[in-house]
Design a protein around this ligand. Structure first.
Ligand SMILES: [Zn+2]
Length: 603
């Protein structure tokens, strides 16, 4: 067997944010070895052209520098050579992002796709990675957290690690610094949470709750054969929320207020959101990391790869992330219903749901969902939000039509058994084929209408089957995201149909909804708010200003557009019933009660 590719990464200059990466290839392509850096990171469907962070690169053979030519935006070719080549690159790392690389005096973090060149044509070769500490005293207290298997390193220490191939090498993000470690077991498998950036939280509680949620998911889906460890890497910031899935780990970021304080007995809204994020990324260890679209098998990281299935992987995962929390007893039923109601509210306010299907949203994620602008809510639909509600509708349809015999859980377990442990990816119509086979139901109409069509989901009737009433009402104010009944004695303001955002002390129209009074009157995204009639208008007083008027009143909205003062006559309309809350039917019949309990407990 030929020698593994030898990678080495060193935090070379903390102040200049530079990692040095070396790569030695024992048997390079004799006609001129090509090296490339990914254009995108698996799990995040936008072109990032990560090679732009390479600030220097050279190749050596036999102790002599050899020629290295840039052949496209992401690739270099070394001169023809029949002895080992060592590539040395300096990589700028100052992108504080779960899918980036970041280095300063406090820590280092990298997603392998950002820092490790691939040896083109030899991607299946075993890789060894040496991770070195920074020079001097800066990193003397630093520890390492990664799910990458250790070859020679102490626990949480610097040393040598290994990966079966290049795809695995870049699937184990690494955090180094003064990290807090929490350890727990789930399903007999050791799990770690490594936290950086914050110390004042209840680690014991987080470990307990994560153990509960991981144990539930392992029971639901069945533990993958090669899941012998799992690491949550968490970076706590002032204001952050995000995650990226990997097969044996996830990298997460959250805000300080999202973590529970010691002794806090309840689940705050922020902590619920944090648990939902962990649950989401953990569910991905099956769904998108081991079960993958055929189009991602293997990943081609040079350019966009289009699939209509992102709604399957992100939508179904978004459905299960909170369903698992309620089933595992980590959140209450009412908290779960409020979460669904907020998703329904968000979708109802998205006029783009009539213009884009979730299959098209998936396909165009690269240029639409990941590149949103002021018109996005009028033109596109989120494959996360609508995808999660299509998953809910599919689950409830299966339960209803099969009289409780078949559920989305059964479909997902079959998806796992067909595509999970094999290297075969899911074909574009794979989910519907399995759903039809497992349930014995004819579901073509469901997929035509709700996945390849833009017809609104029949959630009202489907939720009724499980004893849940879906109610709609107007928004109480511009911060109202739904989930609860309207506050009594509050009349909703008349509808303008535009949202203001505060930026650098100025209030700017951020979104103007299609068909709204604001759009008909002439207001456009980017306009700076000046006044409504004769009174000052800004993001903070918009609701108050509108409440001074009635439905049907015509008002004058003054704005600056490119320094020109413009005045628009706007006829305020009745607020749309676009805000959802869900209520449990108080006295359901026995059949409905059984269906509801089966849905919410998973038993
Ligand atoms: Zn996701």
């Amino acid at each position: 067997m030929s020698k593994p590719h030898q990678y080495c990464i060193t935090p070379k200059d903390l102040s200049a944010h530079l990692f040095e990466v070396t790569l030695t290839v024992a048997k390079p392509d004799p006609s001129g070895q090509v090296f490339s850096i990914a254009a995108w990171v698996p799990g995040s469907y936008v072109i990032r052209d990560l090679a732009r962070h390479v600030v220097s690169i050279r190749a050596d053979a036999d102790g002599q520098e050899i020629g290295l030519s840039k052949i496209d935006k992401s690739s270099w070719q070394a001169d023809a050579c029949d002895v080992a080549i060592t590539l040395t690159a300096e990589i700028y790392a100052y992108d504080l992002n779960v899918r980036g690389a970041h280095l300063d005096r406090t820590h280092g973090f990298f997603d392998g796709a950002c820092v490790f060149p691939a040896v083109v044509g030899q991607e299946n070769q075993v890789c060894e990675l040496e991770i070195r500490p920074p020079g001097g005293t800066a990193g003397s207290e630093w520890r390492i957290a990664t799910s990458m298997p250790v070859v020679a390193a102490g626990q949480y220490g610097f040393g040598t690690f290994a990966a079966k191939d290049y795809a695995e090498l870049i699937d184990h993000p690494v955090e180094m610094g003064n990290i807090l470690i929490g350890e727990f077991e789930a399903g007999g498998i050791p799990h770690v949470i490594a936290v950086r950036g914050h110390a004042h939280f209840d680690m014991a509680r987080i470990c307990h709750d994560l153990s509960t949620l991981c144990t539930y998911q392992l029971k639901l889906m069945g533990a993958p054969k090669n899941l012998d460890r799992y690491v949550f890497l968490l970076y706590v910031q002032q204001d952050a929320y995000g995650g990226l899935e990997h097969r044996w780990s996830s990298s997460l970021s959250c805000s300080r207020r999202d973590l529970p304080r010691r002794g806090e007995p309840y689940v705050s809204e922020n902590y619920r959101k944090f648990l939902g994020l962990c649950s989401h990324e953990y569910f991905h260890l099956w769904h998108v990391k081991r079960i993958r679209p055929a189009k991602f098998t293997p990943y081609d990281l040079r350019s966009e790869v289009h699939t209509g299935l992102l709604w399957v992987f992100e939508g179904i995962t978004s459905y299960y992330d909170h369903l698992v929390l309620v089933r595992a007893g980590l959140i209450t039923t009412s908290s779960y219903l409020a979460h669904i109601a907020r998703a329904i509210t968000s979708l109802t306010r998205t006029r783009g749901r009539f213009r884009q299907t979730i299959e098209a949203s998936s396909f165009d994620a690269w240029t639409h969902f990941y590149r949103q602008d002021a018109n996005s809510s009028n033109a596109i639909v989120s494959y996360y939000t609508k995808g999660s509600l299509v998953a809910l509708a599919l689950d409830l349809t299966l339960r209803k039509e099969s009289k409780g015999k078949c559920t989305l859980d059964d479909v997902m377990r079959e998806v796992w058994s067909q595509y999970g442990e094999s290297s075969e990816g899911m074909p574009e119509r794979g989910l519907e084929t399995i759903a039809r086979e497992v349930s014995g139901l004819e579901l073509a109409d469901f997929f035509e209408r709700f996945v390849r069509g833009t017809i609104d989901l029949p959630l009202h009737g489907l939720l009724r089957e499980v004893g849940v009433d879906l109610r709609m009402r107007p928004a109480s104010n511009s911060a109202d995201k739904g989930g609860k009944p309207a506050a009594k004695d509050k009349t909703p303001p008349p509808w303008l149909g535009a949202a203001l955002a505060e930026r650098a002390g100025k209030s700017m129209f951020r979104v103007v909804h299609s068909g709204s009074p604001a759009e008909k009157g002439g207001i456009a995204p980017g306009d700076l708010a000046v006044a409504l009639d004769d009174l000052q208008l800004n993001a903070a007083n918009l609701d108050e200003r509108l409440k001074e008027h009635h439905v049907g009143d015509t008002v004058t909205v003054s704005v600056f557009r490119d320094e020109h003062l413009m005045k628009f006559r706007v006829k305020l309309a009745a607020p749309p019933e676009d805000t959802c809350y869900l209520e449990l039917e108080s006295d359901p019949d026995a059949g409905t009660e059984t269906m509801r309990s089966a849905w919410l407990t998973g038993n």
